[in-house]
Write a protein that binds this ligand. Structure first.
Ligand SMILES: [Zn+2]
Length: 101
């Protein structure tokens, strides 16, 4: 017998963002930013970001970086080799050419 309800702890483990949920959220970031996800996945990512500052910061950084790079690409201000290195660093296709690097 227990009166435990389904209340979640208000704060997740502070510091390292290494929960499976976090890993999945970070993996989904690029897809999320590319608008290629289902509404369900989008909702679940947003929900996770709400309760997880680490992921939220990573998301903000990713989103900002991506928008800057896309702008630079459009303006042809981004040297190709620099873009390649950034893509490899993040293991992410930032310029939308379908390849990392
Ligand atoms: Zn997280």
């Amino acid at each position: 017998m227990s009166d435990h309800t389904d209340i979640q702890p208000p704060i997740q483990t502070a510091g390292a963002c290494d929960e499976p949920d976090c890993m999945q959220t970070l993996r989904d970031l690029d897809v999320f930013l590319d608008d290629e996800i289902t509404p369900e996945t989008r909702t679940s990512i947003r929900h996770h970001l709400d309760g997880c500052p680490d992921c939220e910061h990573a998301f903000d950084f990713h989103a900002e970086l991506k928008s800057v790079i896309q702008k630079k690409c459009l303006d042809e201000e981004m040297p190709a080799d620099l873009l390649t290195r950034i893509e490899q660093c993040f293991d992410t296709d930032l310029d939308g050419d379908g390849a990392v690097g």
